[in-house]
Design a protein around this ligand. Structure first.
Ligand code: LLP
Length: 432
């Protein structure tokens, strides 16, 4: 048996999504059967995959003062949030919409941190009314805004200041956030002044300090550099008489898409804890905001081959999923594994560009992939559980995909496929 591309057997990070003989299985269900039953494009998540990744964090946190806050932006489906809320996770949100999702999924507002570089008055008010753990503040001007909204509501606002540590996370430039050229955070040099202003504003209550340097980080060094900068500031700020209850060290831990070897949650937490202890800070409450590493490897996007097309230069496999369903390849040139749901014998394998039907040459899911394909075959894009559906759009008036959760041999529909009527809803025909 020849596999078109040999990835998933034993691929770390995919214990619940693997090939059994020629058949790609999501837990106990064949991917091709799911595609048949629910249609394509289809996002499929493994419950054991998500819960296993969450448990790895919980195990690493046990016995340490660590609070886990899942970054909702990675995958914000209610069913996914419910799984994490039931395991006692808190959440990191960046909009009133994400906050509403967390509350609808049964999340505890007191364990929610609200991040983001441009919170509106309405979002700040929603966060304060819900009773969030804190707002992660990104600028001096935002401090004034939060104080004003808190005064109007008559509620004190818990805040933590996000510092830009000017550390290179060594990842894709679009997902680096802790460099001084990025829009995020308060420059280190302004941090003491910002905390002094916080202490002076009557409606703010300082809770902590926050840093997030980027995403798909595969080395520990940048985290430790950022932690060192935070600890230097903690020392200075507390010497100025302002107590900090927690250190929020953000998210960003990478996953394996191809041959990356990111640290495990345990290695990440061990390294952070060792550095904290070395600096006499082992007692500090630490918050973490992982997103991708909780859900990324637990999901796939299933699609069907519509057309096989040869040009003078290339073989194209045009599938029914596109950049609007999964934006990562088009936006970051991200490499994501593509596997047939049912492997063929490989005799007709050739190098395909797997593309969607959207009218852009940037609309591709994978380039130069060795695959043995026929029209109507089902393909799975692996590691699509994070920043897949969450970034989907309706470009080309394409309804967004359905999402299902597999639990052993059972399957639960998390979100029905959008209809074209859904897309037209809210539009008004001209009457002039
Ligand atoms: N906390 C904050 C403040 C963040 O901005 C992010 C991600 C996270 C936590 C979670 O990071 P994670 O653990 O998921 O790496 N769409 C891109 C990734 C954008 C990440 C944005 N911020 C992608 O598909 O690669």
């Amino acid at each position: 048996m020849t596999h078109a591309s040999p990835l998933p057997d034993g691929l770390p990070g995919h214990p619940h999504i693997a090939r059994h003989g020629d058949t790609l299985m999501i837990e106990a269900l064949p991917a091709a059967e799911l595609a048949q039953r629910f249609g394509t494009p289809l996002y499929v998540y493994s419950r054991a995959g998500i819960e296993g990744a969450a448990q790895a964090y919980a195990d690493a946190a046990r016995g340490r003062p660590v609070q886990l806050r899942y970054a909702v932006k990675a995958n914000s489906s209610l069913g996914v949030l419910q799984l994490l809320a039931r395991q006692g996770w808190g959440f990191d949100v960046v909009s009133a919409g994400e906050l509403a999702r967390v509350l609808a999924a049964g999340g505890d507002a007191a364990q929610v941190v609200f991040s983001g570089v441009g919170k509106t008055d309405a979002e700040i008010a929603a966060a304060l009314r819900a009773g969030v753990q804190c707002l992660n503040v990104e600028s001096l001007s935002e401090l004034e805004r939060i104080d004003r909204v808190a005064a109007q509501l008559g509620t004190p606002a818990p805040v933590s200041l996000r510092i830009n540590p000017d550390v290179d996370p060594r990842t894709h430039p679009y997902i680096s956030t802790g460099l001084r050229s990025n829009k995020f955070g308060i420059p280190q040099a302004q941090a003491r002044q910002a905390y002094a202003r916080c202490a002076a504003l009557p409606h703010l209550r300082v809770r902590g300090i926050d840093v997030h340097i980027g995403s798909q980080i595969t080395q520990l060094g940048p985290y430790l550099d950022a932690l060192d900068r935070v600890l230097d500031l903690v020392h200075d700020i507390e010497r100025d008489g302002i107590a900090l209850h927690h250190l929020d060290l953000g998210g960003g831990l990478g996953i394996r898409y191809a041959d990356e070897t990111p640290p495990t949650p345990a290695q990440w937490l061990d390294a952070l804890h060792a550095r904290l202890q070395a600096r006499g800070q082992g007692h500090r409450q630490v918050l973490l905001e992982p997103g991708r590493s909780v859900v990324g490897n637990a999901g796939v996007l299933l699609c069907r081959v519509v057309t096989l097309k040869d040009t003078l230069e290339r073989h194209f496999a045009v599938v029914d999923a596109a950049m609007n369903d999964l934006m990562r390849p088009a936006l970051y040139e991200a490499w994501m594994a593509i596997e047939p749901a049912q492997a063929r014998d490989g005799r007709h394998a050739r190098s395909y560009d797997v593309v969607g039907p959207v009218c852009e040459s940037g609309d591709w899911l994978g380039r130069q992939r060795l695959l043995d394909l026929r029209e109507d075959d089902v393909l799975a894009v692996l590691s699509a559980g994070a920043y897949g559906m969450a970034m989907a759009s309706n470009y080309n008036t394409r309804p967004r995909a359905a999402e299902v959760l597999v639990d052993g041999a059972q399957v639960h529909l998390l979100r029905e496929r959008e209809s074209i009527d859904d897309l037209l809803r809210g539009e008004q025909r001209l009457t002039l």
